[in-house]
Ligand binder design. Sequence first.
Ligand code: G3P
Length: 222
Amino acid sequence: MKFFLDSADVSEIRRAMDAGLIDGITTNPSLLAKVAGTDHDPRDVLAEICRIVPGPISAEVVATTRDEMLREGRDLAKLADNIVVKVPLTEAGLMACRQFRSEDIRVNVTLCFSAAQALLAAKAGASYISPFVGRLDDIAQDGMELIEQIVQIYGNYDFPTEVLVASVRHPVHVVQAALIGADVATVPAKVLHQLMQHPLTDKGLAAFLADWEKLPEAKRVI
Ligand code: G3P
């Protein structure tokens, strides 16, 4: 399973990259606006991220019509070779996706909330589909059931579209996605760090080191 960081925060991204924990990045207009603020050009932030992380970097259009999405997406794709253009799962987004694929521009179709939508995205040639599991859970629907459906449908027809589980709220989402066989999980920095944490690990390490400290100082050498 590949791990992408769901962030536009360069410091978070550098830390995760230095730790060797991530294979790519997903951003969205909200994440990018939060970081760019009034001080930075969003395109400069994206270009910096593309320099830090060699893997796929999802950058989302903000246009809502096909032609404007194509203009924005072509501009985004020029920022770096590892840019993946993100489009919403709308009619215009699917039309733009099909055209981008004919231009060898990789597409991440986002804001997916149903298997029917995911099927259309695969048929439109999406490189990635982003079902938002957390936002479904938030309204008492089963986000992981959607992932199961998409993985099964894509397997039935050998679609090459990668299932990129998004809107991840906690480590259980990641483990469930891996058990189902999703290709990618994109996670916030908080969840990425939660994945490696366990209180028994901390307790066990403390006990090992405490026992080691009981040796005479001259013997505490490995
Ligand atoms: O960036 C796409 C998705 O991961 C956002 O999820 O629900 O935390 O805003 P959410």
